[in-house]
Design a protein around this ligand. Structure first.
Ligand code: FAD
Ligand code: EPU
Length: 338
């Protein structure tokens, strides 16, 4: 296993922030992870797990042992009349896994095409897009418990999935290294095309009976029209979560802002489009030196090159403050600030 000392993390985070890691270990198997973490040399070091670095904002050098998940391998675990259980190593690239599923006609992840990052991080914030979330296809995961070296299997009910949330962001945060995730994928697809602009994109592509690949292509084209490509402009996708507000309180806000974009979550609560709030508060496209708010999507903060994590963090604090003053709504960061 490769262990690099005082190594730059510039190429390991999509925000393009240049900080260093005290140690950076490229972990490609459970055995090497076990060997590394049982080595006394590193036992007192803080551990930080990193996949594709597409949901982190580094605000300082990482005085820790950074464990880069590169555990690969895709396997058909089992099948029944209706579905397959497919497992993938945590270090597999998520979008490559989605493409593999589409190629083999495994249905259920096509709406989550082009989400950057690793398979291992997919359960952490219960990734989602265009009407589907990981929790809809998740079966189980295996994770290495850093304090004891034991491998534990988490079933769906153990993960406490919520909107951009799971037990791994809360109760057991930082304790487990996810090595493998298994998903239940369907033999007969129930396509979700009503969300957002998918149907419109399919129409434009002249497709009336879509395949998994068609839906994936539609999602990809919508995403490419809205979201900046991290290879060109540093970013971590949505910087904030869409806030969930009690309908009672929403009524009052809507009296002043009838155009407010909202979606029902349950009988009593609705999700508010944070992109709309930030946009209407005048932040969209705002640039300060070499960083700012993206011109097509106000929920995305961007680094045009050379910005520090602290500058972007401070900008996010200003946005939170301004949205709170204007609408009385407190935004929560989605990105993991480190
Ligand atoms: P990292 O950024 O490396 O890590 C994220 C967090 O998970 C960190 O706290 C890290 O310590 C922890 N972690 C990572 N791997 C493991 C592991 N194996 N075991 C334990 N902990 C781990 N997200 C969505 O949900 N929907 C979207 O539509 C979406 N669109 C995006 C678009 C763009 C352009 C970008 C840049 C990001 C987008 N994201 C989206 C966010 C991001 O893609 C997801 O959060 C993704 O799951 C992050 O994966 P990663 O491997 O890069 O995680
Ligand atoms: N909007 C504006 N101005 C903006 C941006 C958005 O008015 O600058 C409005 C749009 O017009 C639309 C609404 O806000 O009415 C929602 O916008 P969009 O469809 O772009 O989705 P989003 O709520 O901003 C969420 C996820 C994305 C996911 C998409 C598609 C969160 C925090 N974000 O974005 O996930 O890809 O829906 O499902 O839930 C991510 O988590 O990193 C991410 C990109």
């Amino acid at each position: 296993m490769t262990i690099l000392k005082n190594h730059s993390l510039l190429n390991y985070n999509t925000f393009g922030i240049d900080v260093t890691a005290k140690y950076l270990a490229l972990v490609n198997s459970l055995e090497s992870l076990n060997l590394l973490l049982s080595n006394n040399l590193y036992s007192n070091e803080e551990k930080l797990i990193l996949g594709g670095g597409s949901n982190v904002l580094f605000t300082q050098d990482q005085n820790s042992l950074v464990l880069l998940n590169q555990i690969k391998g895709i396997k058909v675990e089992s099948e029944d009349a209706k579905s397959w259980i497919i497992s993938a190593g945590g270090g597999e690239n998520w979008h490559d896994f989605v493409l593999f599923c589409i190629k083999n006609n495994y249905a259920g992840v096509e709406n989550m095409s082009l989400i950057p990052g690793s398979v291992g991080a997919s359960p952490i914030q219960n990734i989602g897009a265009y009407g589907t979330e990981i929790k809809d296809v998740f079966e189980w995961l295996d994770a290495y418990h850093i304090p004891t070296g034991e491998v534990h299997r988490f079933l769906h009910s153990d993960c406490n999935f919520g909107y951009r949330d799971s037990v791994f962001k809360n109760k057991v945060k930082g304790e487990y290294f996810i090595i493998k995730v298994a998903y239940r994928l369907q033999k007969t697809a129930t396509l979700t095309t009503s969300y957002g602009a998918i149907n419109k994109a399919l129409e434009e592509m002249n497709i009336s009976i879509p395949t998994l690949k068609n839906v994936s292509d539609a999602v990809i084209s919508i995403r490419q029209s809205k979201l900046p490509d991290p290879k060109q402009i540093g970013n971590s996708g949505s910087f904030f979560k869409n806030p969930i507000i009690a309908n009672q309180n929403l009524q009052k806000i809507k009296e002043n802002y009838p155009q407010l974009s909202t979606y029902p979550v349950n009988e009593n609560e609705s999700k508010v489009a944070a992109g709309w709030l930030i946009d209407q508060a005048g932040w969209k496209g705002k640039t300060i030196n070499n960083y700012g708010v993206h011109k097509n999507q106000a929920l995305v903060l961007v680094n045009y090159g050379g910005a520090t994590g602290k500058e972007i963090y401070d900008l996010s604090s200003e946005i939170i403050q301004s949205v709170k003053e204007k609408y009385g709504i407190e935004l929560e960061r989605e990105v993991n600030v480190l």
